[in-house]
Structure formats: structure tokens, C-alpha cells
Write a new protein. Structure first.
Length: 132
């Protein structure tokens, strides 16, 4: 059986990661959580050989073991299809040059990090809507 509607959240802030996950689960999504870039990439690689299907990946800032942009680049090496696997990049950097570079490197969208988890959840709904 295929597991769908899974959102992979990569964030070293456990409170934020759990808050976003709780809100998404209440809406009907399944979530998997990672604090580590290596773990997140491993989960994505495993999904290529299993019935698990990630609907979206959210990368929030830096992880414990690598910068967010490196996670993004490695994930795009594992899955380069931006339509089948959207990636939302959340980072405090507000420089337009940086944002454009992250989009070119494979992010589908970029949010300047705020304390408003609702903004992240809203963007997730737009990038990976649930089937009705």
C-alpha cells in the first residue's frame, strides 16, 4: 500500500518542527521529522525503493550536520523532479540574490523565516494540496 501525503520536515528547532507537524496532521497530512540533513537525505533515498511517497520537503534553516542549501542540493541529486517533489526552503536570509540562487538550486519556494508557523503551513497547502 502506498503511503501518500507525507511531508518531510527538516528543522533542528524541535518545538517549531513539532508545532508544524501537529498542525499538518490535524489537516490530514502525515509527517516525518528530521533534525539532521544526513537523516533527511537517507529517508528520501529510502523512499525511492519503498512505497513511501513524500508530497513535500520543508527545509528550515541549517541542520545539526550541514547547511540548508547543501541539504537542498543533495536532495535534488536524489530527486530532481521539482513537480513531483516540491521543496520549501525557510531561511532568515532576506537577500534577493540569495533567494534567487536557492530557487535556481532546486527550491520550489522560499520563505523568509518568521515566528509565524502559519505562514509555513499555508505555503505547504499551496505547494502540496491534499486530494479532495
Amino acid at each position: 500500500m502506498k503511503k501518500e501525503n507525507i511531508v518531510l520536515i527538516v528543522d533542528q528547532d524541535h518545538t517549531r518542527k513539532n508545532n508544524i507537524s501537529s498542525r499538518l496532521r490535524m489537516m490530514g497530512y502525515s509527517t516525518e521529522l528530521s533534525s539532521s540533513g544526513f537523516q533527511a537525505i537517507s529517508l528520501l533515498e529510502e523512499s525511492n525503493t519503498s512505497s513511501k511517497v513524500y508530497k513535500l520537503v520543508v527545509i528550515v534553516g541549517e541542520s545539526e550536520d550541514m547547511p540548508g542549501r547543501e541539504i537542498l542540493l543533495l536532495m535534488r541529486q536524489v530527486n530532481d523532479n521539482k513537480k513531483r517533489l516540491p521543496i520549501l526552503f525557510v531561511n532568515p536570509e532576506n537577500d534577493p540574490t540569495h533567494i534567487i540562487q536557492v530557487i535556481k538550486e532546486g527550491a520550489n519556494d522560499y520563505i523568509v523565516e518568521t515566528q509565524n508557523d502559519g505562514q509555513i503551513v499555508t505555503k505547504i497547502q499551496k505547494l502540496a494540496p491534499l486530494a479532495t
